[in-house]
Design a binder for this molecule. Structure first.
Ligand SMILES: *Cc1c(COP(=O)(O)O)cnc(C)c1O
Length: 466
């Protein structure tokens, strides 16, 4: 008996390639509604087996019938989603086919070595301190959680408190400090860790959303005992970058403080010689969280956590090994030492594949190109009557607003989303409705930007006409 009926795989392969080949012509937003999708997927649990091809065919139909938006396509500018490099999709297919538990060297040595090399390349790409440890969790949120757990270990360990064993009850207080525009996932990570997001001392930001170093210094003066300062490079709305170098100089005047950087997409500026000055000094921080599924254009999901104190990183993740878990030999990487997962998929393999294929200059070119395309959006919208630009384009994010009335901005966004040609999301910026333009996709071209600009202007004209 063969171990493989390849028919479902062949069908899925054809569907996937067709989907990707035509992604530029697919609706940028979903067109199927809840009722339709429930009907498509619904019904009772089949009482017995059905052919696997039927199931694959059904999944393909969900895409064909508008349930899978082209969020990875060239004219999707919502959230910060990114596309997928073909080589990264290919590697991800192998991850599924090989089905490795990518936790222990001993279970899957080739995966462990690829991850080890990818980790080293990431440290080189971002020019972080030699010896920085790296883990590949599901996303930036889990990267925050991992890094902040390392911070907690480091700071409380100095005071003789074993937080992994004894928890936080009765522990010395760790002061938490973050900018007013920090991403919500910092707070999520603090909640998971038992710190409580309500305990963040909030540092005021400037008009662009950057943490103010003078205000931070004041906040720090009021912190008696260990401090974790959460900074960000790349505000999710404006792309604004905290002056992390300056912040590190202030914070590191004390020896009981840790600087964490949310660099979900913004840290990739460090990989571009042209943009690197924007994040000058970021390497002086103690930990960094980023994503590969955004700007590196690997498929969901993959985050990156980087810690300048590998011992704290490891101690925060792995306690004593159970008897059935052999310790790795020298030089062998066990991923369980660096992420919160026990069993996990080999999500670092697409990262390895993407970095190996792009090379250093390819990554820089990808980052630079996305930023240039956002400047093209800015130039195409500047001076258009009824359009207000809300931020300086420092990176890959632009926010615009249409007139004085929030309702107009929201209606223009809704109209654009209905067009199917392109997709932008809304947000609130300092209390006013705005449209976000975010671009981290290798597929987007100047033609895509120009076509989308026409859609924006048409929608604005239609809404203001009445
Ligand atoms: C996307 C994003 C996050 C969260 O990342 P996930 O990968 O979705 O967990 C955190 N911070 C910023 C600035 C982001 O853009």
């Amino acid at each position: 008996m063969t171990h493989l009926d390849s028919a479902p795989l062949d069908l899925a392969y054809r569907q996937a390639v067709d989907y990707l080949a035509g992604i530029g012509n697919r609706p940028a937003g979903a067109t199927a509604d809840l009722g339709h999708l429930l009907k498509l997927f619904g019904g009772p649990l089949p009482p017995g087996p059905v052919p696997a091809e039927d199931t694959v065919e059904l999944l393909g139909r969900a895409a064909a019938e508008g349930g899978i938006p082209a969020a990875s396509g060239p004219r999707f500018f919502g959230y910060v989603t990114g596309g997928t490099l073909p080589v990264a999709v290919a590697a991800d297919w192998l991850v599924a086919a090989w089905d490795q538990t990518a936790s222990l060297y001993n279970l899957s040595p080739a995966i462990a070595v690829a991850e080890h090399v990818a980790a080293r390349w990431v440290v080189e790409l971002f020019d972080l301190p030699a010896g920085t440890s790296v883990g590949f969790p599901t996303g930036c949120t889990m990267a925050h959680m991992t890094a902040l757990a390392a911070a907690r270990h480091h700071l409380l360990g100095r005071l003789g408190w074993d937080v992994e064993n004894d928890g936080l009850r009765g522990a010395p207080e760790v002061h938490l400090v973050g900018g007013a525009q920090r991403h919500m996932t910092i707070d999520m990570a603090l909640r998971y860790l038992g710190f409580g997001s309500g305990n963040v001392k909030v540092v005021p930001v400037d008009g662009a959303g950057r943490m103010r170093p003078d205000a931070l210094a004041e906040t720090l003066a009021g912190c008696d005992g260990p401090v974790i300062v959460c900074t960000q490079v790349g505000d999710v709305n404006s792309g604004a970058i905290d002056p992390v170098g300056e912040i590190c100089d202030i914070v590191h005047r004390r020896d009981d403080a840790w600087v964490h950087v949310d660099g979900a997409f913004g840290l990739w500026a460090k990989a571009s010689p042209a943009l690197r000055p924007l994040v000058a000094g970021v390497e002086k921080a103690d930990s960094w969280a980023s994503d590969a599924h955004k700007w590196l254009n690997v498929p969901y999901d993959c985050g990156i956590v980087m810690v300048a104190h590998p011992e704290a990183h490891r101690a925060a993740m792995l306690n004593e090994r159970a008897g059935y878990l052999p310790a790795p030999a020298d030089g062998e990487r066990d991923a369980i030492e660096w992420v919160p997962d026990f069993s996990r998929r080999a999500r670092s393999l697409p990262v390895y594949a993407a970095l190996r294929t792009l090379g250093r200059s390819g990554v820089a070119e990808l980052v630079d190109r996305c930023c240039a395309l956002v400047r093209r959006f800015r130039d195409g919208l500047a001076g258009v009557p009824g359009v207000e630009l809300l931020n300086d384009v420092v990176l890959n994010q632009l926010m615009v607003r249409f007139g004085d009335d929030d309702a107009v901005t929201r209606e223009v966004i809704a109209r654009i989303q209905r067009s199917g040609v392109c997709w932008f999301g809304g947000t609130t910026w300092y209390g006013r409705a705005a449209m976000r333009i975010s671009l981290v996709n290798w597929r987007t071209t100047e033609q895509d930007v120009d076509r989308s600009l026409e859609v924006v202007k048409d929608a604005l004209a239609a809404v203001t006409a009445g």
